[in-house]
Ligand binder design. Structure first.
Ligand code: SF4
Ligand code: SF4
Length: 491
């Protein structure tokens, strides 16, 4: 199977190339509320008394601007109100009683929630808590234009619902098997679809069979831990091979792996969008399901889900009936799979896997969970593997939960920029830790005409432990389930 021919890697000491060129000229159309009829924003103070943003947290911002170069929307548009500092000022104004208008809502909507500003901030401003609280208020109080309402309703009726996702998966598999995507592209129908639908079609990964995971997989050799795996909605439906590899690697490293039945959505997508009641409902159900598994650790292999589970204590902080304590206790047991494997240390033999990979930090792993060194250590310990670092690692790829569906324009620009950075490393494959980043960057790579094998960190470890030949692994990662379908756009 042919693999992409990458550009030569920059030599050590060469200046870091810049991607994406000058500030894009799309700020007005994208951000300031021009041409956006249909918003109904309540008059009077922007926030009501139910869990408003914390004024003390907003007051921590000293306006130094260190966060600006790491903020993807500021990098795209150079617009102060689309920077973390500008958004904090908006929130402060709202807390002082100012009303919001469509423009203010849009500035907050355009935030990707990537938390790059949180790690960049020397003053420790908890922007994550501020935007989370502001989003929940906007979601309850603002009425959006009808088409946007319908799109949001459709997205949240589908993605956090594993059963519905499985049904869509079956339809999509048939669609892909019949090569309908190519046909629609050749006839020009795809180009005429509304942008969010086009984005959904583009982002859909190649689908293969989805094997059912055993409820319990025993540790190979001496048992070191008993862990429960969160299988995830999008991960489970579109990237089942990642879950299969996760179970195999954990078992090889001495873990009894439980896959609790009846798992639903953890609520990450809903929480990210400010859909508070829905997020709380999903969280309570997830806590019940995972508590019943009675494991030493809850293992997560999707960065967005892992960071959300770790925030359960905050999310359910004032829930009565003992939920607050249960949420905090569960959150304390959550580990990203790379965090746990790094903690345990290897016992399974690693066979050589002579490949060059570019590791792309998922924002919700690096910024939200602070897990950066562990996946790099695990990958570097694979004999023969060479790890390369793309430029601008702190910049989000534009996936950001459902951001690439709700804001396909800026998400596409960020995806292209990330794809260029990955290609410039000269690596043979990209490795990441989140299904959203995988689809987003994989799609951008395919759009550039430079497809590249993409894999999760555990799939690299799995290939090494199983002794797969590098060519076989690269070919599988280029065309196997979960990778992006290469479509030739246009007739
Ligand atoms: S979360 Fe990301 S997009 Fe939002 S303000 Fe911070 S850096 Fe910018
Ligand atoms: S959020 Fe932090 S880094 Fe950004 S302007 Fe405020 S204090 Fe400075």
């Amino acid at each position: 199977m042919p693999t992409a021919t990458p550009d030569p890697a920059p030599r050590p000491g060469e200046p870091t190339p810049a991607y994406g060129g000058e500030v894009a000229g799309s700020a007005d159309a994208a951000t300031v509320g021009l041409g956006m009829p249909g918003f109904t924003v309540p008059p009077g103070p922007a926030f009501d008394g139910h869990r408003p943003p914390d004024a003390a947290l907003a007051g921590d911002c000293v306006h130094c601007g260190f966060c600006l170069p790491t903020c993807p929307t500021y990098v795209l548009w150079g617009e102060e109100m689309d920077s973390p500092r500008g958004r904090i000022d908006l929130i402060k104004a709202g807390l002082q009683g100012d009303a919001f208008d469509a423009s203010s809502v849009r500035h907050l909507d355009q935030c990707l929630g990537c938390m790059s500003c949180v790690t960049a901030c020397p003053s420790g401003v908890q922007y994550d808590k501020l935007i989370g609280a502001a989003r929940a208020q906007l979601e309850r109080r603002v009425t959006r234009p009808r088409t946007e309402r319908l799109l949001r309703a459709a997205v949240y009726a589908l993605f956090p619902r594993p059963r519905r996702l499985r049904a869509v998966r079956a339809l999509l598999r048939a669609y892909q098997a019949a090569h309908l995507g190519r046909l629609l592209a050749r006839t020009g129908i795809l180009r005429r679809l509304p942008a969010p639908l086009r984005a959904m079609e583009e982002l859909a990964p190649a689908l293969g069979p989805a094997p059912r995971l055993p409820a319990r997989t025993p540790a190979a050799g001496v048992r070191r831990r008993t862990v429960a795996l969160l299988t995830g909605c999008v991960q489970g439906a579109f990237f089942p091979d990642v879950n299969v590899a996760t179970v195999r690697v954990l078992a090889a490293e001495g873990c009894d792996v439980l896959v609790p039945r009846g798992q639903g959505c953890c609520g990450a997508l809903s929480g990210h969008a400010g859909r508070e009641d829905e997020a709380l409902r999903f969280a309570r159900r997830t806590i019940e399901t995972l508590e019943a598994a009675d494991a030493d650790a809850i293992v997560v292999n999707a960065a967005g889900c892992g960071s959300h589970l770790k925030e359960y204590g905050h999310l359910l902080r004032d829930e009565p009936g003992g939920w607050a304590a249960r949420a905090a206790a569960l959150a304390a047991r959550v580990r990203d799979v790379t965090e746990l494997l790094d903690e345990l240390g290897p016992v399974a033999t690693r066979h050589p896997l002579p490949v060059t990979v570019a590791y792309q930090d998922a924002c919700h792993l690096a910024h939200a969970q602070g897990v950066r060194a562990q996946p790099r250590r695990l990958l570097s310990a694979v004999p023969g593997l060479e790890l390369r670092e793309p430029a601008e690692p702190e910049l989000c790829c534009g996936s950001a939960g459902t951001y690439n569906l709700l804001h396909p324009g800026p998400a596409g620009e960020l995806g292209d920029r990330k794809a260029a950075a990955i290609l410039a490393t000269g690596a043979q494959a990209m490795v990441t830790a989140n299904p959203g980043c995988w689809m987003q960057v994989g799609t951008a790579l395919a759009r550039s005409g430079r497809r590249m094998p993409v894999a999760h960190t555990v799939q690299v470890l799995d290939a090494s432990i199983r002794g797969l030949p590098a060519e076989q692994w690269l070919a599988g990662a280029l065309d196997g389930p979960g990778t992006t379908v290469a479509r030739t756009a246009g007739p």
